[in-house]
Write a protein that binds this ligand. Sequence first.
Ligand code: SF4
Length: 403
Amino acid sequence: MLQLHTTKIECLTTSSEEAFIARLSENDQYPLPLRGKEIFLAPETHSGKLPDGFRAYFILRKNLDSVEANQDFPNVFIIPNDQHYLRDGDVIRFDPKRIKLHTLYRKNSQHNSLLVTERCNNYCLMCSQPPKDIDDSYIVQDLLVAIPLMRRETEEIGITGGEPTILGDDLIRILRALKNYLPSTSVHILSNGRNFANIDLARKVAGVKNHDLMIGIPLYADISNIHDYVVQADGAFDETIKGIMNLKRHGVKVEIRVVIHKQTYERLPQLAEFLARNLLFVDHVALMGLEMMGFTKANIDELWVDPIDYQPELVRAIDVLARYNMNVSIYNHQLCLLDKRLWPFNTKSISDWKNEYMPECEPCTLKEQCGGFFSSALFKYSDHIQPFSESEMPTKNAPQPTL
Ligand code: SF4
């Protein structure tokens, strides 16, 4: 969720309104009766008076001279020029009194994720969104207003937290809203899976029958004490395994997510064996690089291992999973650090808005194919980034390295 800082938007005319959810529209011909749920985003081409009836008006500072703001309208705001990522069709939460804006949904992004709560029942060493014990139930109400405003053709929506299952029946309400308003949208929930140990919750989630629902659940080791240590919760491993079983029993697709770091890399091959022997029926396994966000920075000494140093374990793990025909991918890794035998499994997975490349990448001939870095990787990344040159480009007929 993006936040525009309060200091950057300026108020041109006064407002006493409470925060509200609205969609941005650049269409000054938008039907008048429907404008109440829209904020007019004055496009580059707009000139003259603002159109009537919109809930609020955003004018880019650079357009200010060409747009004649109607001083009788409430809620006219000037947006800084560098905030031009706002687009027609985006859905935001806007607080006119505090001049605060959150982007909830970006129409042109393939990576929309709804943060449904900041509360969590785990306290993972590398949590990228550290949990807060607060009453944030307003988020659900906001999302129930926002979902009908999203583009019906949206391909995928993520649900994240905190731990989404903490919402209980409110999570079901969100899933129902997604099914009703975005019936062909794939839904991917990130959950620690523990609350699905309660089979009623698994049954209710399955009962919504969302189009193409998948639940991504982390599992950090084949043995409980390592998993429980990583998530800082006794008994979490047993509950998570039970949760995965319950979801599959009700036909819900499950993805296992393994973040690779100092606490998890050594037993990756054993974890792969465990998955192949006990959870062969899961739908996808993602082996993921570390994101330098939230608690990761504070726990960096306990977590950091250079990806180049865990290639042998990663190769063995992928080898096991592939031999058992499990659907496996590598996320958040840089091609120049990966053993070439792993390249066929590598996926460009980092959301567009936090995807970066380092200065070392500039001359690299495989930049297009490489997943790059999280923007947070500036905090710490491998010393072994090595750009590829023309001569190393794989040729079409070259034999693929095999495991
Ligand atoms: S040099 Fe940069 S772009 Fe090239 S493979 Fe390495 S990380 Fe990727």
